[in-house]
Design a protein around this ligand. Sequence first.
Ligand code: SF4
Length: 441
Amino acid sequence: MNGLRKGNSRKRASVRALGCRLNQYESSSMENRLKNKGYELVPFGEKAELGVINTCTVTNEADGKSRSVIRKFVRTNPEAVTIVVGCYSQVSANEIAMIEGVDYVIGNHDKINFLDYITEEKPVDPVIVRDRISREDFSIGFVGDTNYLQRANLKIQDGCDFMCTFCIIPFARGRARSRDWNDLMTEAKLMLKKGVSEVVLTGVNLGTYKSEKKEFLELIHALSKLNGLKRLRISSIEPTTIPEEIFGLMADPSHCLMPYLHVPLQSGCDSILKKMRRKYSLSDMNQFFERASNKIPNLCLGTDIMVGFPGESGKDFEKTCETFMEFPFNYCHVFTFSERDGTPAAKMDDQVTMNERRQRSAYLRRLSASKRMAFHESQVGRELRVLIENPKNQQFSGYSDNYVKIILSEGFEEFSNKISRVKILEARPEYVVGQWVKFEN
Ligand code: SF4
């Protein structure tokens, strides 16, 4: 099919990503394919002849959100070809096919190549394409004329084998598999050619990367050698999968691997970690994080903590708070436990009341805010290297090597897309204020 209307005007298409960073990455790849077929991309919510909704299914609420976005699209565009792809499609295809106006339901295995399965006219009945997700290495291949930002995500891996009891990902995204080495390197080189300064590695369980017998650490080494790469950053990574050799690379200011780690601990209480089927104890993790923060100067260390998991008593929660405060974390993202049908945790009988879950989350968020503020205060007076982004509302901002958001007290056009040295003047809860000093070579 192609994107031309009768009379040669272009058909309009829009894509909406729900959920995680991976969905966003994959949605831009789908947009590229649409552009390449001659479609005009319009913002989601405007009139279009074709719509793709890339869904999330991480909790029951995420399913609800996905359904409401689909319904809204169909209401605005009753004549459009409506394609629902992604994790919710993989897990609950029939449920989605029952929503009025949906034409195609495509699971994760085939979503990137969705154009191969659809026609220009609405089919009489909804078509479901949901293959089993294989364990083989995968390629993304065509990346087309991607407009990368100066900080761009590079997908290197998908799926997970860990089977934590609260998580649907091993079913929604399949088992762990890695992006073909050459396919990945080709996109990385293209990113650099297009002026990307910072490559952010993304995936579901990054540290388990393995393709052609090469593992995560070899990938870091190979990417760092690419000509023109200024910064390489690891997004969230599972604690048991981090090779400690990377501490030395993060500690070296001349190496492009940035001193930032976001490592989901999920709970600060051993008995809950066990019920979650996480693969470590607190004492292992404490030592590991101490080694990281001793070795890497000015490291920013963040974590995810899930609050109100079934069986979490008041004392268990207190223990989690103590752990968060004692470990060298600089902030945490707090997730309120929310049942996901089909996971073992949803069937556990000692569920915490929703009210209690919410109160605990609010408390832990306050603790996180206090640690983040202390971290920001510790940056005042330092000179940090900052990749300055394009100005928004005439304000220049960017992120430091250790991922602190910096707003410049004063900025000029020539700062954009360059790495500069910035003196930190003031700490605020969500960012710090800094003064430009000089361009960094
Ligand atoms: S490691 Fe992460 S993605 Fe894998 S099952 Fe556990 S929570 Fe889900």
